[in-house]
Write a protein that binds this ligand. Structure first.
Ligand code: GN1
Ligand code: MG
Length: 340
């Protein structure tokens, strides 16, 4: 972030006076490149927006506008840091053909794993409060940001396509992993079973634990972040991605295979937090669908990581060649644990 032309364009766009060293790489997201700006007086989050993943950014803005119009965000017990317009009143600033945006910085701590059941409870409460705050909104007014984002049938078919077109040698461990995921077809059937039994709600759709900002002492949720994927969905998506990233004995990037499994006490705390908020407003079927959510979201991420590995790692940020394969393997152990 020290290129002088980049800096002057960024400063001009937002009326800032930043120096290169005031912009530092930040966070663990897999999609956008995120930086922390700190000029000694103000702090912001700067993101280099991934517009090959989000091909229709105007749909994100459409959904955010509904949220702002229909939810009293100030009444929520946490922040929803939405992008700050530049001096031209645009949400994105194009610099050297890349898209950038600025958001408020919320102080606190992002974690990749919870330490105890109480943190799990707080996380579930926050995401359920988000759903509850939007429960009166007609979900059909939201636009689909990434087509079929949480559609398990589509992701299964994308895995099959990746398998048919891969340049990798599908044998040994890779073959075993592919066979495992293809044998999860019954979850696709269950996904279709639930489809016409549940109402669509405003959901976040990417509720992994590091998309929350906790207070430094981890006793409170300060903010829900990564608001690009919020759109109409089923509540079990949001419960399920929490299960995937909270009710597990090891985080998503762990390769301690023998330690990876399901954590019942954190699961129970998630359920308690989610239902405490949602009781009386979630339907009976929605509540019955929650256990499916954990299995489904773990399975869908296994499909997606494995498909990305077969496709040559074109989607997720990786730190080494086999990382998507390892993420899929990690999720196989968790899914086996969740399926009992
Ligand atoms: C991505 O952006 P991030 O890291 O919060 C992904 C989610 C996955 C997650 C897996 C737009 O989320 O769907 O669950 O990685 N987001 C997108 O860790 O694909
Ligand atoms: Mg994120």
């Amino acid at each position: 972030m020290k290129n002088p032309s980049f800096l002057s364009q960024l400063n001009d766009a937002y009326g800032l006076k930043l120096r290169g060293e005031q912009i530092q790489k930040f966070g663990d997201g897999h999609i956008h490149k995120t930086f922390l700006i700190d000029d000694g007086e103000h702090q912001y989050i700067l993101q280099q927006f991934n517009n090959s993943v989000f091909k229709n950014p105007e749909r994100i803005s459409h959904n955010h506008a509904i949220l702002l119009d229909q939810i009293d965000t100030a009444a929520l017990p946490f922040e929803l840091p939405l992008p700050i317009p530049n001096l031209e009143n645009e949400l994105f600033t194009v610099i050297d053909r890349d898209y950038f945006r600025l958001s408020p910085f919320i102080a606190g701590k992002c974690i990749n794993e919870v330490n105890n059941a109480h943190q799990a409870y707080l996380a579930a409460k926050a995401f359920a409060q988000f759903i509850k705050a939007g429960i009166q909104i007609d979900a059909s007014s939201f636009q689909e940001v990434i087509p079929g984002f949480n559609d398990l049938e589509l992701r299964y078919n994308q895995l099959l396509d990746a398998l048919n077109n891969t340049k990798r040698n599908v044998s040994g461990e890779l073959k075993a992993l592919v066979d495992f995921y293809l044998s999860q077809k019954d979850l696709v059937e269950e996904y279709l079973f639930w489809k016409n039994k549940l109402p669509l709600r405003l959901t976040h759709n990417d509720t992994k634990i590091n998309n929350l900002i906790f207070s430094e002492d981890l006793t409170k949720v300060n903010a829900i972040i990564d608001l690009d994927t919020l759109t109409a969905g089923y509540i079990y998506y949001d419960f399920g991605d929490l299960v995937r990233t909270v009710a597990c004995t090891e985080g998503e990037s762990s390769t301690n295979w023998e330690n990876i499994g399901f954590d019942q006490s954190k699961y129970d705390a998630l359920l308690k937090g989610f239902l405490e908020v949602g009781e009386g407003c979630f339907t009976k079927n929605e509540i019955l669908s929650l256990p499916f959510g954990g299995k489904m979201m773990t399975c869908i991420m296994g499909f997606r990581f494995l498909a990305d590995y077969l496709n040559g790692n074109i989607y997720y940020t990786i730190h080494y060649e086999e990382q998507n394969l390892h993420r899929a393997k990690n999720h196989m152990f968790l899914l086996k644990g969740l399926r009992g």
